[in-house]
Design a protein around this ligand. Structure first.
Ligand code: 4NP
Length: 162
């Protein structure tokens, strides 16, 4: 069976926030036995970390919670991603603005802030960039992303009858 639903997570560098979301979402998809239907990837708006493994702090926090990110490699967003993915989830408002600026008029991809699926009181929150901060930032990313990925998977399942 082809993996007919594509979900792409986007951040700036593709070594902290979006690989965390990619790894957690993959884990949830596998647990729901939907690995044959849903494909997941992540990327950055910049190419600085293309080909790199996720940041060691990101990997350590994820591992503590049972998520293995070691197989993931960084890449930059490309325009063809608009055709390849049904959902494009951006980690912050700057990522969203940068991707929106590349969006072809005919794109049918759902382009959103990932924070739509996190806890919020009306205005979706950005997932804060943890790269230049301490361990709390990484723990916060993990918590926000876990919540958001659960809700996102429920939405994808509902949208596609899975
Ligand atoms: P990410 O974090 O966007 O969550 O992967 C960052 C990683 C690298 C840089 C900035 C943010 N950087 O400037 O290299």
């Amino acid at each position: 069976m082809t993996k007919n639903v594509g979900v792409l997570f986007v951040c700036l560098g593709n070594i902290c926030r979006s690989p965390t979301a990619d790894g957690i979402f993959r884990h949830l998809v596998k647990a729901a036995q939907l690995g044959d239907q849903i494909r997941t990837d992540s990327c950055g708006t910049i190419n600085t970390h293309a080909g790199e493994s996720p940041d060691s702090r990101t990997q350590a926090h994820a591992k503590e919670h049972g998520y293995d990110l070691s197989m993931l490699r960084g890449r930059q967003f490309k325009k063809s991603d608009f055709e390849e993915f049904n959902y494009i989830l951006c980690m912050d408002y700057e990522n969203l603005a940068n991707i929106k600026a590349l969006e072809p008029l005919e794109s049918e991809a759902i382009l959103q802030l990932f924070g739509e699926y996190c806890d919020h009181d009306g205005t979706p929150l950005a997932v804060p960039d943890p790269y230049y901060g301490g361990p709390d930032g990484f723990a916060n990313v993990l918590q926000m992303v876990e919540t958001g990925c659960r809700r996102l998977l429920a939405k994808v399942r509902e949208d596609h009858g899975l």
